[in-house]
Design a protein around this ligand. Structure first.
Ligand code: G6P
Length: 384
């Protein structure tokens, strides 16, 4: 068997084993699924020795070399994963990448580009809006399509030429957690495959990124061990009516996902903004005691971000920061800081997602909401 064929995915859904559908020692499925992330990420990387487009289907290599851009369509949490992928694809592959909410794209009189790769991302593969957006893209003349789903036998997986099955396993909690991080891993693998096929990944870089990915499961495990610190944060959040989430670049979609998790599970009004936007309106929302969560890697923009956060603090905000292991804070910054373990900067946002999931979970538990089945929400929105 050739290396390429050996590494291509089996599209059969692995059986949902009893361990996945039973709570075991956990109180809720959401908590259990958050803690399954190291395993889910490890499963996503199982058997990978080299980067190959064949992970995405037989014709992937031919299609990846032809396209001139990427268009990602998705809803909810899957849309946030797509937004993160945009940064990876643009910086490592140098391909323009647009990301659009599927329920907007489907009704928009958009201008098609038949040379774009259209990617639909979905946990269920049955979301009506995302399926309709895919139909609309095809109607407009798009032919290169790829689905990234967590259900092998889903409608979406049948309707695209290329496909990739995320390895989260059955997800029972309505608020998506482990599917989100496996979508991110899938999209990073896609970025590497696109880069390799298009001559933008040297052998050294390939080895470097595969090594970095292999460190992710244990780094995620170490991140989850920070739970006691998050429980302490949740005690403050449980009494709040509003919260703001901030992030920049690759970390902005992580902030959006954090805000979505908090509102879905605890019913606290939470919004996310890119850090730089705070001064363009949302700063007016900040008064005494407003909790502001920032996801802050150790990037070149750190000082600029800190200046904005200090301004928010002067106006009364209480700052909760998820930082990289080496983000340079000093004690007199006056923020609550939680540091994720060492990881390559392009991958550290995957780790930043976990404390925000735990924050939503523990805040919801303290508020006594139905964590696994939040009011008015369903796992998959299949109706129009
Ligand atoms: C619903 C779920 C969300 C999910 C969204 C998209 O709103 O409650 O958790 O992110 O649908 O679902 P999909 O299955 O397409 O990822």
């Amino acid at each position: 068997m050739s290396e390429t064929v050996k590494q291509s995915q089996s599209f059969a859904q692995p059986e949902a084993n009893t361990a996945q559908t039973e709570l075991g020692s956990y109180r809720h499925f959401m908590q259990k699924e958050i803690f399954e992330q190291p395993r889910a990420i490890a499963d996503s990387l199982k058997g990978i020795e080299t980067v190959t487009p064949a992970w995405f289907g037989e014709r992937a290599a031919a299609i990846f070399s032809k396209i001139d851009s990427v268009l990602i369509l998705a809803c909810g949490t899957s849309y946030h994963a797509g937004q993160a992928a945009r940064h990876w694809i643009e910086s490592l592959v140098r391909l323009p990448c647009h990301v659009e909410i599927a329920n907007e794209y489907r009704f928009r009189d958009g201008v098609p580009n038949p040379n774009a790769l259209v990617i639909v991302i979905s946990q269920s593969g049955e979301t009506a809006d995302t399926l309709a957006a895919l139909t609309q893209a095809k109607k407009l003349g798009h032919t290169y399509t790829l689905s990234i789903c967590n259900v092998a036998a889903s409608s979406m997986m049948r309707q695209t030429e290329l496909r990739y099955l995320t390895r989260a396993g059955a997800e029972i909690g309505i608020a998506s957690t482990k599917v989100f991080t496996t979508q991110l891993v899938a999209l990073f693998l896609l970025t590497l495959a696109l880069a390799k096929e298009r001559g933008r990944l040297t052998a050294e870089e390939e080895t470097f990124w595969l090594r970095a990915l292999r460190r992710l499961p244990s780094a995620m495990q170490a991140t989850l061990e920070l739970e006691p610190q998050i429980i302490a944060w949740a005690k403050t959040f449980a009494h709040k009516a509003h919260a703001l989430f901030l992030g920049r670049g690759l970390n902005f979609p992580i902030a959006q996902e954090g805000a979505l998790k908090l509102k879905e599970t605890s019913y606290i009004h939470a919004e996310a903004f890119p850090v730089g936007e705070l001064r363009h309106g949302p700063m007016a929302l900040i008064d005494d005691g407003m909790p502001v969560v920032a996801t802050m890697p150790n990037s070149a923009l750190f000082e600029k971000t800190k200046t904005v956060l200090r301004e928010a603090r002067m106006r009364g905000a209480e700052l909760f920061v998820v930082a990289d292991f080496d983000t340079p804070f000093t004690d007199d910054d006056g923020f609550h800081v939680l540091r994720v373990p060492e990881q390559e900067s392009l991958l550290s946002p995957i780790l930043h997602a976990a404390p925000l999931q735990l924050l939503a979970y523990h805040t919801a538990v303290l508020r006594g909401t139905d964590v696994d089945k939040p009011r008015s929400l369903t796992k998959s929105v299949m109706e129009e």
